[in-house]
Design a protein around this ligand. Sequence first.
Ligand code: NAP
Length: 674
Amino acid sequence: MLESYAAGRWFTSSAEGHVLPDAATGEEVARISSAGLDLGGMVQHARAAGGPAIQELTFHERALLLKELALHLGADKDELYALSHRTGATRRDCLVDIDGGIGTMFSYSSKGRRELPNDTVYCDGDLEQLGRGGQFLGQHVYTSRPGVAVQINAFNFPVWGMLEKLAPAFLAGLPTIVKPASQTAYLTELVVRRIIESGILPEGSLQLLSGSAGDLLDHLGVQDSVAFTGSAHTAGVLRQHPSVLHGGVALQVEADSLNCSVLGPDVTPDDPEWDLFVKGVVTEMTVKAGQKCTAIRRAIVPAAIADEVTEAIAARLATITVGNPADESVRMGALASVGQRDEVRKAVEALRASCDPVFGDPSSVSVVDADAERGAFMSPVLLRARPGAVEPHDVEPFGPVSTVMTYDSLDEAVALAARGRGSLVGSVVTHDPSVARALVLGLAPWHGRILVLDRDDAPESTGHGSPLPVLVHGGPGRAGGGEELGGIRGVLHHMQRTAIQASPDMLTAITGRWTRGSQRTVTPEHPFRKSLATLAVGDTIASPLREVTLDDIDHFAEFTGDTFYAHTDPEAAARNPLFGGIVAHGYLIVSLAAGLFVDPAPGPVLANFGVDNLRFLTPVKAGDSIQVTLTVKQITPRSSADYGEVRWDALVTNADGEPVATYDVLTLVAKETD
Ligand code: NAP
C-alpha cells in the first residue's frame, strides 16, 4: 500500500485500495488509497508549519536548499530508474522524467540566486513618480502568500511533474501538497520518501497525498492555489468546484493539447530540414510512447510533397522497436496501463472517421523481450487526414499516434494549426526567414511555445517536446490557459503583486532597497573601505565638483578613437539640434565620475562587474563642472562565496544641480575585511 506523507508522518490507509499494475508485465506494483487521510489536517499543517518555515528563509536560502535537494536526488538515480521502468518508461524516457525533474530544480536554484534578491520581498519594475516633488512614489512588490500550493498531476511524468511545480512554489515561499496521478504514484512516492528522509526541506513544506483527492479542495481558501495537469475533462470538473468558483482559490490548468509541427514550403527532400521534420515527428510519437502533453499530434505539410513526407515518416517508424522498457535495445516501452492503451485505440478509431491509416496496427504489435498480451504495448500509428477532416483537430490520442495533414498556403497552414484551439507547443521547420516570420506570427496567439527548427539551431536544439525551466510551459485555450516555469515568471505566479504608494524613505524601509529621494548617510569612512559586514543601504559618498575642459574632451577623443563630430568639430556640433556645440562624450563623463568616487587603495571592493540602466540626461559642454553622488542601493551577499554584490546608485550632476547621468554601478565586495 502506497503511503501518504501528511502532517509530519507517513500514513497508510487501511482500505483495500486500487491495484496499480506494472505497465509492461501487468503484475501488481502497489495498491493505493487515501481513505482515512485527514486532508484538512494536511492543509492546516502546510499553512501553520510549512509556510512560516519557508518564509523565514530568503530567496537565496530557499534556492540553495533546492540545489542540495537536486544533488541528493541525483546521487542515487538507479532505484528511481528501476521503478520508472515499471511505468512503461525506457531509459530515454527516464531521462526526460527523472533527470528532467532534477535539472529543473538546479535551474531554479541558480536562477533564484542570480535573479532574485537575498531577501523575502521582490520589487517588480521601476519606481513610478506619483507626485511632483518626488516624495510620493509607487513601487510594485511581490510577497509570499500565507497559503498552500496544491499540485494535481497527470500520470505521464510522475517525477518531473512534481519537481517542476515544487521548485517555483518553494522559491515563492509556499508549502506544497502533491497529489500524483494514481496510476504511477509509486514512483512519486519513492521520490517524496527520499526527499523527506533527507531532511533538507523544512517540515511541512512538502506533503504527499497518495490516492483520490477526496474533499481536499473543500479545505482551500483565498490564499491557496491548485496547479492541475491532466485531461480537459478533469480540468472542467475542477473549474466548477465551489472553492474555485466562489471561494477565491486560484486554479492553474495544463490540459491536453493537439500540438503541431509545420513543414515550410521551402523545404525539399535534399534539405537538412526535411530530416529534422521527419525525425521530430517520429521522436515525439515514440518518446514516452507518445504520452506527452507536448507530443506532435498533427504534422502539417505542403500538399505538393505530402506523399513523400508521409512515406519518410512511415519508413522511420518502421525502425522503432517496441517492448520491455528495461531492455536497452527497445526504443518504445509500454503505455502506462492497459486501460490507457484501450483509450488510445478508441481515439484512433474515432480519428479513422476522417483519416486513412498509413502505418501501424493499433490492435497488434510485435514486442521485444515482453509479453504483448499482458503489457500495455501498442505500435506507433500514423494516419493521413482526408480533406476537411474534423477529428484530428478534436480527438487527443494520448499515445504513439500522429496525423499528417496538408496545406496549400501559409494562411491555410496557420488556420489548420488554429483548429487545435490552443496548444502547448508548435514547431516550424523551415530555413526561409520570411516563411518563419509569417508562420510564427500566425501561430503565436495559439501557442505557449514555438520551436523554429533549421540546420543552424538543430545541433543545439532541445527538441519540440521538452519544456525548459527557463521558458514558459503552458498554452492558451484547449491547452488549459495556464502558464508554468518560464524562469522567475514561474515563481512570481505563486506570489501576490501589490502596488505600494509611499514616500522614498518608507519604500527604502519596506523593500530593503535604497530608493532615490530617501535619506543618504554620509559616513566618516569612504564606503569603499567598508566590507559587507559594515556597509549599509543608504551609505553615500558625494564628490567635489570637477571641471570638464576642452582638453579633456580632445584627449578622450584622440585616446579612444571616438572622434564623433559632436566632440571634435565645433561647426558641425553647433548645427546639431540637441547640442549646439562641442559636448563631452557620455563615456568620458562615466569615466570621470569613476575617478571622482573611487577610493583606490586595495580593500574590500573586489571588482566592478558592470553598470545597469545608464542614461545621459543633460549634455556637458567644455567648461561645465560635474560631481557624483554614489549611494549603496542594494546589498546581496552570495550564500556560496565570501563576497557579495553591491549595487550603487550613481547620480552625476552639473554645477546647476541638473542630472547629467544616472546609472547603477555593480561591484563585488568582500563579506569581511582581512
Ligand atoms: P486525468 O485523468 O485528468 O488525471 C489527472 C489528475 O487529476 C490525476 O492526478 C487524477 O487523480 C486527478 N483527478 C481526477 N479527477 C479528479 C477530481 N475530481 N478532483 C481532483 N483530482 C482529480 O489525466 P491523466 O489521464 O492522468 O493525464 C492525461 C491527460 O493529461 C492527457 O489529456 C494529457 O494531454 C494531459 N497532460 C497535460 C499536460 C500539460 O502539461 N498540459 C501534461 C501531461 C498530461 P487519479 O489519478 O487519482 O484519478
